[in-house]
Design a protein around this ligand. Structure first.
Ligand code: HDD
Length: 724
């Protein structure tokens, strides 16, 4: 395989990596010292009063080492605690100067360093990567004008419309307070109780119950800024903008059965996948897109642009691709970088501004506030991963763990003692000026009537799904609601589903064994002011002008590549050399990664007695960790595999999860032994070697590559699964 660019090669150009270098430390070739620089002579034994005596208080090395250890942990993030991150750069391809004066969006070819952290929302730091959950997609651009953070998710809408409800949402979804269960899961009473009383969550629920909430890889999911933001140009003219990240490898997910099994087989599945892709030079890439809406068009949609439970369908406002982000370097130190990075939607640069989306407005308070307890004080901006590459000069001083040594007499403004420095910057010098939006309003605790359509886009999303995707939503709802202890919550949720789609509600009701509730007559929205008219706060029924949107279905994603796909090759002694090597080479040439899985570790001997290194045994490998499986020819090998129940299970499970399977020669005999073999011989005979089933009984690498690129053969779900 050609040697690829390594994860370290771009760092020369990356200003942020150069900046971090000031703080990196390696003990290579150095003496062990205390934190104060004294060389340590014995790090094995504490200082004692005699060999068998008590430890002496005098032992400063012992005290320093243990004290530091005792304080190594910091509070995990209140949400998004579980995450993985990487460095990279964003390259602009289309100038946005017409819309924004943000410097990093002016000149095509301009590269801006980024640090990106992906996360799940509900689970703790050590929870499984494969929880059903939205994924955080937080990007810190280190621009020459200061840090710009785009703190989004892989789902373009949110559960709630007003940030005041965020603590309620999170309390509901986190493990229940009395028994701290379940970990990293929404399938419990408090979450669905909340949802059933918050009709505005229904659109997000559709996404969260779809396979989008269980991505195949962090590299294969979209990202969204969610809120409507503003761009502002040199002439102070503003447009509304929504941000999109579109993965070059397409949007792909696993199935829920797989997700649950992966959680047991490899809790770090996504973290490992991201890390390994970067280490092997398969740098993850996303196209960056914008949807631009002229200010005068603010009210032309059948939803409110300020409502974070709504998308602007791409059919109505197309996504314009303006650049690409590439992640090409893993962090050196998880804690220093991934754990200590502090994102904030309020970190913006001139040329970008907020809208009045009430969710965004509330977020602007929360993110700095949370860092105070998480990172311990107001100087978290000095932590290397957080400090901008733009210079920082102001009159903020002191505080716990202050690093900067501010010189001079003055720390206030205006001042004469410091010659008036640091100066305020005029707009021409890049000084940030808030968009001078005209506001003429009463101070009220209220919500606009334009926010009360809670179902039309939930319906739009559901209608846009393929049949398989719809079935998976039904299954997910059945799983989640099936875990509830309180029947009344199930009934309320299904009542809500009747507002989204009648058939969906019927299928879920049937699976739960309950009658389909009538459309709810009770007031559904609980946030009714005591003196308000309840009818004013009821969801409004709106027909979406769009019946379906192709961009919402993962079926329509790009399926033209098998780059970084993991292919298991099941083998044992006696494997046929040509059958193994031709397929392996073809797959690797197409960018896939192959692993030899055999009954034991070490080496196996081919039919011509060549020694082949085994990558994993059946003990540590599992089909759920692979995208496809190949069984090469080789009589003895096939006979040995037949004796291996795990090998048989491997095939059955890969089939159950609709993955591409190929076998050659005696490998086919082995396949025939499995439940898959019985099935294809009985039912799918006509489809043998047909792409509809994705089981290829030959060694045609082209066909196999094409099959893997299809990601999954959902057709099989209709034919009935095999036991696995
Ligand atoms: Fe948030 C973290 C994304 C609403 C309060 N949020 C956090 C992270 C992401 C998001 C990706 C992790 C950042 C990282 O990797 O460090 N949050 C969102 C999105 C939202 C959203 C896409 C809705 C559109 N968040 C939201 C609201 C509030 C918060 C309404 C509070 C009013 N979020 C926080 C927080 C966190 C956070 C408590 C926890 C850790 C942190 O900020 O740094 O402040």
């Amino acid at each position: 395989m050609a040697k690829k660019e390594t994860s370290k090669t771009k760092e020369i150009d990356n200003l942020k990596i150069n900046d971090l270098a000031k703080n990196t430390e390696s003990g290579q070739g150095e003496f062990l010292t205390t934190n104060h620089g004294l060389r340590i002579n014995d790090d094995q034994n504490s200082l004692k009063a005699g060999e068998r005596g008590a430890t002496l208080l005098e032992d400063f090395h012992f005290r320093e080492k243990i004290t530091h250890f005792d304080h190594e942990r910091i509070p995990e993030r209140i949400v998004h605690a579980r995450g993985s991150a990487a460095h990279g750069y964003f390259e602009l391809h289309e100038s946005m100067s017409k819309y924004t004066k943000a410097k990093f969006l002016q000149t095509p070819g301009k590269q801006t360093p980024v640090f990106v952290r992906f996360s799940t929302v509900a689970g703790s730091r050590g929870s499984s990567d494969l929880a059903r959950d939205p994924r955080g997609f937080a990007v810190k651009f280190y621009t020459e004008e200061g840090n710009y953070d785009l703190v989004g998710n892989n789902i373009p809408v949110f559960f709630i419309q007003d940030a005041l409800k965020f603590p309620d949402l999170i309390h509901a979804v986190k493990p229940e307070p009395h028994n701290e269960m379940p970990q990293a899961g929404s399938a419990h009473d408090t979450f669905w109780d909340f949802v059933s009383l918050m009709p505005e969550s229904m659109h997000m629920i559709m996404w969260a119950m779809s396979d989008r909430a269980i991505p195949r890889s962090l590299r294969m999911m979209e990202g969204f800024g969610i809120h409507t933001f503003r761009f502002i140009n040199e002439n102070n003219k503003s447009v509304f903008v929504k941000f999109h990240w579109k993965p070059v490898l397409g949007v792909h997910s696993v199935t829920w059965d797989e997700a649950q099994k992966i959680s047991g087989k490899d809790t770090d599945y996504h973290r490992r996948d991201l890390w390994e892709a970067i280490e092997t030079g398969n740098f993850p890439e996303w196209n960056f897109g914008v949807q631009i809406v002229a200010e005068e068009d603010e009210h032309k949609f059948d939803f409110d642009l300020l409502d974070p439970t709504k998308i602007i369908p791409e059919e109505i406002v197309p996504v314009q691709i303006i650049g690409k982000m590439t992640l090409n370097r893993n962090p050196d130190n998880f804690f220093a970088e991934t754990e200590q990075v502090a994102f904030h939607p309020g970190h913006i640069v001139s040329g970008i501004d907020f809208s009045n989306d009430p969710l965004l407005q509330g977020r602007l308070f929360s993110y700095t506030d949370t860092q105070l307890s998480r990172l311990g004080g107001p100087n978290f901006h000095e932590i290397p991963i957080n400090r901008p590459i733009a210079p920082v000069h102001n009159n903020q001083r002191d505080g716990i763990m202050r690093q900067t040594i501010n010189t001079g007499q003055s720390s206030y403004n205006p001042n004469a003692t410091g010659n008036g420095c640091p100066f305020q910057a005029g707009a021409a010098d890049g000084g940030f000026v808030s968009y001078n939006e005209r506001i003429d309003a009463r101070k009220v605790r209220a919500r606009s009537q334009s926010f009360f359509d809670h179902f039309s886009q939930a319906t739009l999303f559901y209608n846009s799904q393929s049949e398989t995707e719809k079935n998976h939503i039904v299954d997910a709802l059945l799983f989640e609601l099936g875990k509830l202890e309180t029947e009344a919550i199930r009934v309320r949720v299904v009542g809500m589903l009747t507002q989204v789609d009648k058939t969906l509600a019927e299928k879920v009701a049937e699976g739960l064994g309950i009658p389909v509730p009538k459309a709810p007559e009770e007031p559904m929205n609980q946030s009714i002011p005591a003196d308000g008219d309840p009818m004013k706060f009821q969801p409004i029924k709106v027909e979406s002008s769009l019946k379906s949107s192709a961009a919402l279905s993962m079926e329509n994603t790009v399926k033209d590549s098998i780059k970084t796909r993991q292919v298991a090759i099941l083998a044992a002694d006696g494997i046929d050399d040509i059958s193994l090597n031709t397929m392996k080479e073809a797959l690797e040439a197409a960018g896939a990664q192959t692993k030899i899985i055999a009954p034991h570790l070490g080496f196996i001997a081919t039919a011509t007695s060549k020694q082949i290194k085994v990558d994993q045994s059946f003990l540590t490998a599992a089909s759920v960790l692979f995208d496809a499986v190949y069984v090469p020819d080789g009589k003895r090998s096939a006979t040995a595999l037949k004796e291996e129940p795990d090998a048989i299970h491997f095939i059955n499970e890969a089939y159950k999860h609709c993955k591409a399977i190929a076998a050659d020669g005696s490998g086919v005999d082995f396949i025939y032994l499995t439940a898959v073999g019985v099935k294809i011989q009985n039912e799918d005979k006509a489809d043998k070697n047909n792409l509809a089933t994705g089981v290829l009984l030959n060694r045609d690498s082209k066909e196999f590559i094409n099959a893997i690129a299809q990601h999954r053969f959902w057709e099989r779900e209709k034919r009935g699964k095999v036991p696995a």
